[in-house]
Design a protein around this ligand. Structure first.
Ligand SMILES: [Zn+2]
Length: 97
């Protein structure tokens, strides 16, 4: 019999917590990041999760907005040993004339 240890996941930006039987990465719509889909981290680890706002002109591109209407380029997870980045790539809109 193989026992799978419980994993306790927390969010550094809100009170959301989950317990799972596997080590898969967990994501949730985070109220602390204005509703963006944000990764959860293992309880007890020192990790920061933050949104990277887009500062240049959006124009007619389709971009991701947070719940406050700000354009977001990415959600960055910084650990002691590295960094993950979920990028929301803008898409061009094509119209036929
Ligand atoms: Zn959260």
């Amino acid at each position: 019999m193989i026992l799978t240890p419980e994993q306790h996941w927390v969010c550094p930006n809100c009170d959301h917590a989950e317990v799972t039987g596997g080590a898969d990465n967990r994501f949730h719509p985070c109220p602390g990041l204005a509703g963006l889909l944000a990764p959860m981290v293992l309880e007890g680890t020192r990790v920061s999760v933050r949104a990277v706002l887009r500062e240049d002109y959006v124009g007619r591109e389709d971009v991701r907005y947070d719940g406050d209407g700000r354009p977001v380029m990415a959600v960055v997870t910084e650990r002691d040993d590295g960094m993950d980045r979920v990028v929301f790539a803008p898409a061009a809109r094509v119209t036929r004339g």
